[in-house]
Design a binder for this molecule. Sequence first.
Ligand code: ATP
Length: 373
Amino acid sequence: EVAQTGDNSGQDLVLSHVTKRFSDFVAVDDLSLTIPAGSFFALLGPSGCGKTTTLRMVAGLEQPSSGTISIGGRDVTSLPSHQREVNTVFQSYALFPHMSILDNVSFGLKRRRVRNPDAMAKEALEMVELGHLAARKPVQLSGGQQQRVALARALVNRPAVLLLDEPLGALDMKLRRQMQVELKAIQTDVGLTFIHVTHDQEEAMTMADTVAVMNKGRVEQMGDPRELYELPRTAFVANFLGKSNLMRGPITEDLGDAVAVDVSGVRVVLPKSRSAAHAGSAVVGVRPEKMRILDIDDAAYSPTANQLVGRVVDASFTGIITEYIVDVPGVGMVGTFSQNLGQRPAAPGERVRLLWEPEFSFGLPGDEEPAEG
Ligand code: ATP
């Protein structure tokens, strides 16, 4: 059954307590989430975390061991793939080489005897701005254009939900960045729900309205990209989305709307509104770009700032910025950078001061392991 209208409003996708076991291995563990109709949703996580398995269950290519999946209030858990209003774009887009672009896109429609297949295919190709190349064969297109044909082939069915499984994985970096912007523009244009699976954090953050970070079959945190980046709730999320410096210590003072944490003898202030830990111990996190690196004798002193003193271990000039690794006694290696504004860069061996305002930190529970991203 093919939906003939473009109006998919109210077609929220709901996963409720979805678990997938492969014999005794749990690939997806009690996953519950609601993806509002018309949103661009990214499932982000490292290899093996269960992203593809989740997508395949939504597509109907895999059956959940337990739990339900519904689209627009309709339970589709046990419906076969072709009875769900869902289409998938894979990384390997496998176009028919001997057919024109137009025929590639209209092929499925013709097989299902849908009326006006060529007009619908043409319209889908216009959406991805390839209408003018409809008569060409796949070999006559660039990689990015072929990817857009694969997208048109999925869009032509007017699914309620479009699933994208690492669709840009085969493209080189430059084309990949360009296609990220284009895909986002197409999604905004057609207003369908896109669910995008990727292990590339920058890709997820640039494209998606909502990102769910998956780890070991579970969603660790879900939210808009900025919120996830600024206020990660676990060490895994903090490290998977960019870099962060994590410092552990006991909470020694309650300052009302903040707490003070003793990080190896240094008093660090952490706002309660930015922390999951208000008593006991905490892990204080700071993104490298939120710190300033100053000469040890620098007079640019801020009375409210937290500060650490350490010795530069490494300074790498990268053009726009210089990246530093600073060894802070009792804390370990801290990463930061400075804009190259003409000042003398700090050299390895030099003692420096690292400053950051308390509201630039985030606080995790003290038992969070500093997991690798
Ligand atoms: P990748 O980015 O590498 O594709 P992913 O996050 O998409 O990773 P999945 O493909 O969903 O991960 O796999 C999750 C886990 O389930 C993996 O450990 C994988 O080995 C396992 N798995 C997936 N499919 C099967 C299967 N058919 N039989 C047994 N184990 C499976």
